[in-house]
Write a protein that binds this ligand. Sequence first.
Ligand code: SF4
Length: 197
Amino acid sequence: MASTTASTEIGYNSKIEGEVVHTQLDSAINWFRKNSLWPMPMGLACCAIELMASGASRFDISRFGAEVMRFSPRQSDVMIVAGTVTYKMASAVRRIYDQMAGPKWVIAMGACASSGGMYRSYATLQGVDRIVPVDVYISGCPPRPEALLDALIKLQEKVKRDRSAKNLKQDSGPAQYGRLGLRLDSPETAGKSAVHA
Ligand code: SF4
């Protein structure tokens, strides 16, 4: 008889029996999602240099499955806002966020993106969370690439606990359901709580 082992690696309530893994569909979907976050690099100022550095071999963001930087909002699910958000740029940031497919997440990288930083001026948005919902804030001016990796790990923990896939149902009409059978009318931002890295 095959041995049965509880595992937290795949998801909650999962068991490994021989070569078969039993788990819940939503925890498996969350596991896939958290290990394949595709960033939308929103480099707006000097913090973007640190964002670029995180892709170098010294820091190696690909260890976390997040090295696939997409420059198309339609192919990304985590926006990394790195730098000062001016009012002139704010509408473009919001539009790109709107064009990203859900579920989607936002990391505010650095003091400027998180709070406006030292730019207490008429031209600067005092935090990107005024226009998009932020999941993880990173402090620092500039934050080091390690801080971004730490934020990614925190975001992965958040994605792992996401309950939006709980809305899977087989018995309703297809009009309400999109890819993977997820409800289209489920606001993925509902009940979001931000994390400070
Ligand atoms: S937080 Fe500092 S390094 Fe980052 S964009 Fe603002 S001024 Fe530049």
